[in-house]
Design a protein around this ligand. Structure first.
Ligand code: AMP
Ligand code: GLY
Length: 432
């Protein structure tokens, strides 16, 4: 396979995708649009060069031009917003090969109501929920519930549309907030859902419309504070694989959750070619879906991709072509563990300080990988902070202690004012 690949997006997820694709046999060049200055790297032995192009993810015409200019053979779309807006459909309409579902399939993430109905029709275990279309109906329904439910704005709300209410008063406030327009059109309807208990895992499937392959499961840490406390974030770190899930558990999820959803999509005429990300709660009665996303998780992607052995580019291309069975299989490093720790900017997940100079005192070969996210570069090519999550450091090891040691050591070599890091990522699996 000779390939020029275009990755759409600008975060740490897209940096890790670009890195893994650049290292895939047969790939000649990887472009990222719009990308960030931290991703750029020259060709090295065993890796194609990574370059960025200043084209926004919502500039369909610009992306099409870029594909033609660079003779792009595969487009991989990172974030949910362009998927939900139909970028994959547009590009496919112009004959391009695209990894990422069309706007129809992206509804799995873009409408919680639609996703819930699909899961119910497919007989897939998910938290019982009620669709609510007005403030009054929402408040009235709360009167009939014994326990505070989870309140979810229907549409895309940049990860902020969900309230896991501790009290009925909190649930009421969340309903009021949604119907007061806090999430714009995303909050014209909502779902009230029963609160589930259990560990939460992220399971990612690469789909070709009919068939799929599961990646090693991961756990991420959503809260900003030590001990998993404080405000929700996009994710402060992750680890993979999840030691309490074995091959049998994954096979069970594949046959009772992922394949039935893919089949239900097909029944609706939806040819789903991209990532199906299941956010699962492992409850006393078995794995239960709390949400689907139509893309790789961030930071799960940064954590999981380094565990894979094989040709990721060939697999994503095969998915995009509807021919997964023809791709060389991906495998995972024997017993290897992957640890990912995010460094954020001061203030995250609220308004953050920006523009702080980033310095790296590490030397090549000091171990660990760094994937940049919220960074910009100056005229002289120096990196500065420019976003909430600035970067993720990933370590690999034969066990989680080694993997986290490497990730934290590498992170310790990177400096900027206001660097904000949780010291307890992976506390579930570390012994020290
Ligand atoms: P997100 O949709 O990523 O903003 O995050 C929603 C988070 O809310 C999930 O990661 C869970 O931790 C939590 N959550 C969502 N639905 C439920 C549920 N039914 N029961 C318990 N926790 C939930
Ligand atoms: N890490 C959670 C997400 O990507 O939605």
């Amino acid at each position: 396979m000779t390939a020029n690949i275009l990755v759409i997006g600008s975060g740490g997820r897209e940096h890790s995708l670009a890195w893994a694709l650049a290292g895939s046999p047969g790939v000649e060049a990887v472009w990222v649009a719009p990308g960030n200055g931290g991703m750029v790297s020259p060709a090295t032995e065993g890796s194609a060069p990574i370059a960025v192009a200043p084209v926004a993810a919502d500039d369909g015409a610009g992306i099409l031009r870029l594909c033609r200019d660079k003779a792009v053979t595969l487009v991989v779309i990172g974030p949910e917003a362009p998927l939900a807006a139909g970028l994959a459909d547009d590009l496919r309409g112009h004959g391009l090969t695209v990894f990422g579902p069309g706007a129809d399939g992206a509804r799995l993430e873009a409408s919680k109501i639609w996703a819930k109905q699909l899961m119910n029709q497919a007989g897939v275990p998910t938290a019982p929920g009620w669709v609510v279309t007005s403030r009054r109906a929402g408040l009235a329904l709360l009167q009939h519930l014994d326990r505070p439910p989870v309140v979810k704005a229907d549409g895309l709300a940049a990860g902020k549309g969900v309230t896991v209410a501790g009290t009925m008063a909190e649930a009421e406030a969340a309903v009021e907030r949604v119907f007061a327009g806090a999430f714009g059109r995303a909050g014209e309807q909502l779902v009230l859902e029963e609160r589930l208990e259990g560990p939460e895992v992220s399971v990612l499937a690469l789909c070709d419309g009919r068939d799929l392959v599961l990646l090693p499961p991961a756990q991420d840490h959503k809260r900003i504070g030590e001990g998993d406390t404080g405000a929700n974030t996009g994710g402060m770190g992750a680890y993979a694989p999840v030691p309490f899930l074995d091959q049998k558990d994954l096979e069970h999820m594949r046959s009772t959750i992922f394949l039935p959803v893919l089949a239900a999509l097909r029944e609706r005429g939806i040819d789903y070619r991209g990532v199906m990300y299941g956010g699962m709660m492992l409850t006393a009665t078995g794995p239960t879906v709390i949400e689907f996303n139509c893309r790789f998780g961030d930071p799960e992607c940064q954590c999981v991709l380094p565990l894979l052995e094989g040709n990721l580019a060939a697999v994503l291309q095969a998915c995009a072509l509807g021919r997964l069975a023809e791709a060389p299989p991906l495998s995972t490093h024997g017993s290897r563990a992957s640890a990912c720790v995010v460094a954020a900017a001061a203030g995250y997940p609220g308004p953050v300080r920006r523009g702080d100079l980033i310095t790296d005192t590490g030397s090549p070969g000091s171990g660990g990988m760094v994937f940049y996210a919220g960074v910009g570069s100056t005229a002289t090519g120096q990196l500065r902070t420019d976003g909430g999550r600035v970067l993720a450091s990933v370590g690999l090891g034969d066990n989680f202690d080694q993997a986290f040691e490497q990730a934290y050591n590498r992170l310790g070599q990177i400096h900027y004012a206001g660097k904000t890091v949780r010291s307890d990522i992976g506390h579930q699996v570390r012994r020290r």
